[in-house]
Design a protein around this ligand. Structure first.
Ligand code: ARG
Length: 299
């Protein structure tokens, strides 16, 4: 077997550029599954908190190894889902739009994250509408893709649009297994444009592979939008999506993904990305993966 990874990259693959990321994470010191607010969670299945911590630590160390600036928020006893930091808010231009959770079990996380943002110099905006942060808001180029259907209310999309002065594209999620947008779409190259006008197909930033997604997670009108805007997107298999393979985090070149998402890994390599597999099987019991544990902080 060849060990030369270059051989696996197709000659037309664009040159990818890694951009240093600043992120927020929360150690799963109190992780467990004692309630069920998504189909992945089953309080009858035992969880191993120390294993969750060990797996999370590997993810954390992977990010540090990639040169990311990793910030930590203190976990709070009694908030087992706090590890899924992506839901703690949405941060662009140093403005932190706070989260307002759908389910009562997670509602105290909203103020906890807002306190952290305030203490760390962000301009905090208290949300008027139900929203679960970067779980449902993804910045791709100058456009914000926004999910609704299970968690974030569509009114929050308008709030975000007014707040950041950027176009927000509403996408309807229809499969309860993929209840947050970040379980159905992966942003691979956030630094390039929206993906439209990707006709040339040459070099980095052509729009090719800006995102990856699972078509069956969306209703027809939303799917039509995705097909039109991202004609060259990676389409992942149901199999890879079923282990939350799409729930990944990219710096534009390195893409941290679920270790078991093998076909997604292959497709990423073909497009010139560098997939890095991490095993977060324990955190999957709560219905989250790599991206759920990662909140990007854009100053
Ligand atoms: N148990 C959590 C919930 O259901 C998991 C959150 C996953 N986070 C995400 N960004 N998809 O709310």
């Amino acid at each position: 077997m060849s060990t030369n990874l270059d051989a696996l990259v197709s000659p037309e693959a664009p040159v990818r550029t890694a951009l240093k990321r600043t992120i927020l994470m929360c150690k799963p010191s109190y992780f467990t599954v004692v309630y069920r607010i998504n189909p992945w969670m089953d309080p009858a299945v035992p969880t191993d908190t120390s294993l969750a911590v060990a797996q999370w630590q590997t993810l954390h160390d992977t990010y540090v190894g990639l040169g990311f600036d990793v910030h930590l928020i203190d976990p709070i006893d009694g908030l087992p889902d706090m590890v899924y930091a992506a839901n703690g808010g949405f941060v662009i231009d140093n403005i932190a739009y706070g989260a307002a959770f759908t389910y009562s079990q997670r509602q105290p996380e909203g103020p906890a994250y807002m306190d952290w943002f305030r203490d760390n110099g962000f301009d905090v905006r208290v949300p008027q509408e139900i929203n679960e942060g970067e779980g449902d808001f993804l910045l791709v180029g100058d456009v914000i893709l926004a999910g609704t259907g299970f968690r974030s209310a569509s009114n929050s999309h308008e709030e975000v649009s007014a707040l950041y002065g950027r176009p927000v594209i509403t996408l309807n999620l229809v499969n309860p297994n993929f209840y947050h947008l970040d379980t159905a779409i992966a942003v691979l190259d956030p630094s390039t444009g929206s993906g439209t006008g990707a006709g040339s197909g040459t070099g980095a930033g052509s729009g090719t592979g800006d995102i990856a997604y699972l078509p069956s997670a969306f209703d027809e009108p939303s799917l039509a939008i995705l097909r039109e805007r991202y004609p060259d997107a990676i389409i992942v298999t149901e199999e890879d999506a079923a282990i939350l393979g799409l729930n990944s985090y990219s710096d534009g070149y390195n893409v941290v993904i679920a270790a078991r998402a093998k076909d997604f890994e292959r497709q990423l390599r073909e497009r010139g990305y560098n997939p890095i597999g991490v095993d977060l099987s324990e955190l999957l019991l709560g219905g989250g993966g790599v991206k759920c544990c990662t909140l990007e902080l854009r100053r």
